[in-house]
Write a protein that binds this ligand. Structure first.
Ligand code: GDP
Length: 530
């Protein structure tokens, strides 16, 4: 066996998802604090400006107070090497979240204890479930008055359709918050204000028989706790690691990211319950992360990370083996041998060049415009391709009018690049050139992003005219069908994508049915593959 298996074994790569404001940033910051990647919590927040500087190509992010892009962080803790993938909380970017989840082996869902399951959590969670990865729940803000614990669990089970298994249990909330009870060790971790969370808090652990337990918890709270635990033991799903690994059961933890409370115990349990990088499917079979040479796939492309350089970074997840800077690799979709240029990683928000990286790690490489989302990079003596990342069907469409025809070239370049990054999908009318471009997006906010970026990065003004289409279908058997002869309803539109694949746009689902009825043998698909 190669000598880097130990490096791979200690890797944990997960995504963190939440409704905006539930505390994802604060929790991430505390993870970094425990990992020693930052000294005082707050410095990530303090560096919020730095973070924005990284992505200041998108002022929209600031204006709307949402996190649009996802970033990657690496730190070490307790012998583990942890890669956190941050995801945008806004639902209009759930496709981005999905792609990020493709690169993760598990997900942490942060929920605000006083709000429960919120709109965006629901949507993002569905995306999580589609990936069948383990999902861990952290119920945050227990230092504020929270909803009834049983109700919270009920809500998660009903709304999100996943069984829950509380690993610990809160004793009160808000001003009455005393700590959490660990069901396994039957002891309480007492809550103390850890200098408002700016230093690592020392949590004391007191077993249930200890007289100090009663002292710390108080008689009334203890009685209630015992009742609740009895009820819980009878009612909740038993812990089953296999179910967790299939994404059928979510271990639940309680805490308060702001005051640090419950963060370290969560991290410890989480790291034990998750696995090192798992084998992945490719067209030649399953690729073992430890046995195979270097391979990776591109899950995200981000432009203008650094405004001064106008650069484009392709983020790839390493799926097997070891990466050495300067090594010759093979880009499968481009059918070319190459060296990855300026490979880099993020450490507590700082970018740095990497010399080596292992399966489970995420690296960003300089992309001169050759990579697409879903591309595989491997060694040229064993070529294979990982399964593609599905494209979400756009739900909103608009015609793009370019206002200054002199800038045609910039316009075409800009809109194509933005489409390659996966933020929008572009179509043109069948059998015409790029004269008329139709843009499809999953969330309407992407229209603003497109307009903003074309104006700011490419100096091109556009006008978007909304189109009434709501459904898009790929023609599955396009080689057997004469697309020109397809007859649909009068409001149906025939278009093609960047690769020349024919597609149909429909105003409503009734038209889809009519079109299928009228065209014998026509097969339509809801998803396209990259
Ligand atoms: P995100 O949008 O999910 O990344 O949320 P943030 O981490 O930015 O947190 C949103 C707000 O909630 C901030 O003002 C945080 O200080 C606050 N917050 C985060 N965690 C806690 C917590 O455990 N308790 C309390 N009281 N506030 C919290």
């Amino acid at each position: 066996m190669p000598d880097y298996t130990n490096e791979i074994k200690k890797r944990r790569t997960f995504a963190i998802i939440s409704h905006p404001d539930a505390g994802k940033t604060t929790l991430t910051e505390k993870f970094l604090l425990y990992g020693g990647a930052i000294n005082l919590a707050g410095s990530v927040k303090g560096k919020a400006t730095a973070r924005h500087a990284v992505s200041d190509w998108m002022e929209i992010e600031k204006e709307r107070g949402i996190s649009v892009t996802s970033s990657v962080l690496q730190f070490n803790y307790d012998g583990y090497c942890i890669n956190i993938l941050d995801t945008p909380g806004h639902q209009d970017f759930s496709e981005d979240t999905y792609r990020t989840l493709m690169a993760a082996d598990s997900a942490v869902m942060v929920i605000d204890g006083s709000k429960g399951v919120e709109a965006q959590t629901r949507k993002l969670f569905k995306v999580c479930v589609m990936r069948h990865i383990p999902i861990f729940t952290f119920i945050n803000k227990m230092d504020r008055d929270a909803n009834d614990t049983f109700d919270l669990l009920d809500e998660i089970e009903k709304e999100l359709g996943i069984a829950t298994c509380p690993i610990n249990w809160p004793i009160g909330s808000g001003k009455e918050f005393k700590g959490v009870y660990d069901r396994n060790s039957k002891s309480v971790l007492t809550f103390s204000d850890t200098m408002k969370g700016t230093k690592e808090g020392v949590e004391s652990e007191i077993p249930i028989g200890d007289p100090k337990f009663d002292e710390a918890v108080g008689e009334e709270a203890k009685e209630l706790l015992m009742e609740e635990i009895e009820l819980l033991d009878g009612a909740s799903a038993e812990f089953d690691l296999e179910k967790v690994s299939k994404g059928e059961l979510s271990p639940v933890f309680f805490g308060s990211a702001l005051t640090n409370f419950g963060v370290e115990t969560f991290l410890k349990h989480f790291l034990q319950m998750t696995s090192s990088p798992l084998p992945r499917k490719a067209d030649v079979g399953i690729i073992d992360p430890m046995k195979e040479d270097f391979s990776a796939f591109v899950f995200k492309i981000q432009a203008n990370m650094n405004k001064a350089h106008r650069d484009r970074i392709a983020f790839m997840r390493i799926c097997s083996g070891k990466f050495d800077a300067g090594m010759e690799v093979y880009h499968v979709q481009g059918e070319k041998k190459m060296r990855l240029s300026q490979p880099q990683q993020m450490m507590a928000q700082d970018r740095h060049i990497v010399d080596e990286a292992y399966a489970g790690d995420i690296i960003g490489v300089f992309d001169p415009g050759i990579f697409s989302i879903g591309d595989t990079i491997c060694m040229s003596n064993k070529k294979f391709a990982y399964e593609g990342i599905p494209t979400f069907a756009p739900e909103h469409f608009a015609r793009v009018r370019q206002l200054d025809t002199m800038k045609r070239k910039q316009f075409i370049k800009g809109i194509n690049q933005i489409a390659q990054e996966g933020a929008i999908q572009i179509f043109q009318e069948l059998n015409t050139g790029m004269e008329e471009i139709i843009v499809g997006v999953v969330g309407v906010l992407q229209f603003d992003v497109l307009k903003y970026r074309l104006e700011n990065e490419y100096k091109v003004d556009i006008r978007l005219e909304n189109l009434p289409y709501e459904h898009i279908r790929w023609i599955e058997n396009k080689d057997e069908i004469d697309v020109k002869k397809i007859t649909g309803t009068s409001d149906m539109k025939k278009v093609m994508d960047l690769k020349g694949n024919p597609l149909l746009l429909f105003v409503n689902s009734w038209s889809i049915g009519m079109t299928l009825d009228r065209n014998d043998g026509l097969r339509l698909a809801e998803f396209g593959k990259n």
